[in-house]
Ligand binder design. Structure first.
Ligand SMILES: Nc1ncnc2c1ncn2[C@@H]1O[C@H](COP(=O)(O)OP(=O)(O)OP(=O)(O)O)[C@@H](O)[C@H]1O
Ligand SMILES: [Mg+2]
Length: 244
């Protein structure tokens, strides 16, 4: 197995607030894993721990890749990005006063990505033609769905092998949610990515995920493959607030 991201009993806190309490999760090469949970349960914190933006107080995060094991919990964010892990952050975090193309180019700061900048830009435009049409438009003047596409495309400009996507559907209309999820799937296929996606939209996440983990108050309360999750009424009604 060329890629294996392993999160082992990770704890994280913001002062007295315990955000993660012994989270374990595993992602293999080529998988899409959904991290499901409602507001404030620790999804973003886990993504930040993987990126080295929040340091776990206990536990380990390792990335096995091409026969080497990297201890992410001991590395800087820059080194983690250089290794080939990219984050599409919650709320997109675009530069609104820069153009679409400028935002994309900023995603390619990783040294090995700079060599492939032209190819990756072409690839991003192929995957999201609307970004090409609007490459001179200011990012802040794009619609919500277009901005989400831009945020995803920008992350892919760093030529990642592991992509973390934090709530791609937030703030989008149902149609755009569905389109964004579909685009994520095709991007994953064309770049051969391994994906961890935080989502609140259970049904949409289940369309493209292989596995799902449900996080409640910083703990994984349920995990399983898509069929197991979909068939579990308790999961839906108690943890996701959906009618069973
Ligand atoms: N910078 C911070 N300082 C203090 N507490 C924080 C900080 N960031 C997150 N928290 C707290 O940590 C817990 C987990 O937050 P987190 O952002 O990981 O949740 P989430 O599942 O991503 O929620 P959402 O779906 O709303 O994005 C929450 O109780 C939150 O208030
Ligand atoms: Mg979040």
């Amino acid at each position: 197995m060329a890629i294996n991201l392993n999160i082992e009993s990770v704890h994280a806190a913001y002062g007295a607030v315990k955000a993660l309490q012994g989270v374990s999760l595993n992602i293999h090469e080529g998988q899409t894993v959904a991290l499901l949970g409602t507001n404030g349960n620790g999804k973003s914190t886990l993504m930040k721990c993987i990126m080295g933006m929040v340091k776990p107080t206990q536990g380990r995060i390792t990335l096995e890749m091409d026969g080497q094991t990297h201890e992410l919990s001991a590395m800087s964010t820059q080194d983690i990005v250089n290794l080939g892990v990219a984050l599409v952050p919650e709320g997109r975090r675009l530069f609104p006063k820069l153009t679409v193309e400028e935002n994309l180019l900023l995603g390619a700061f990783r040294a090995s990505a700079r060599e492939h900048i032209a190819r990756n830009l072409e690839f991003a435009y192929e995957a999201f033609p609307v970004l090409k049409e609007r490459r001179r438009q200011l990012a802040g003047s794009m619609s919500g769905g277009q901005q989400q596409m831009l945020a995803i495309a920008r992350a892919v400009m760093s030529n990642p092998r592991v992509l973390l996507v934090d709530e791609p559907s937030v703030g989008l209309s149902p149609l755009l949610v569905s389109q964004t999820i579909t685009q994520l799937q095709s991007l994953k296929d064309s770049y051969k990515l391994t994906v961890l996606m935080a989502e609140q939209n259970f049904n949409q996440a289940m369309r493209i995920a292989d596995m799902g983990y449900i996080i409640v108050h910083g703990e994984i309360v349920f995990q399983g493959d898509v069929d197991t999750l979909k068939g579990n009424d308790m999961v839906k009604s108690f943890y996701l607030g959906m009618a069973a």
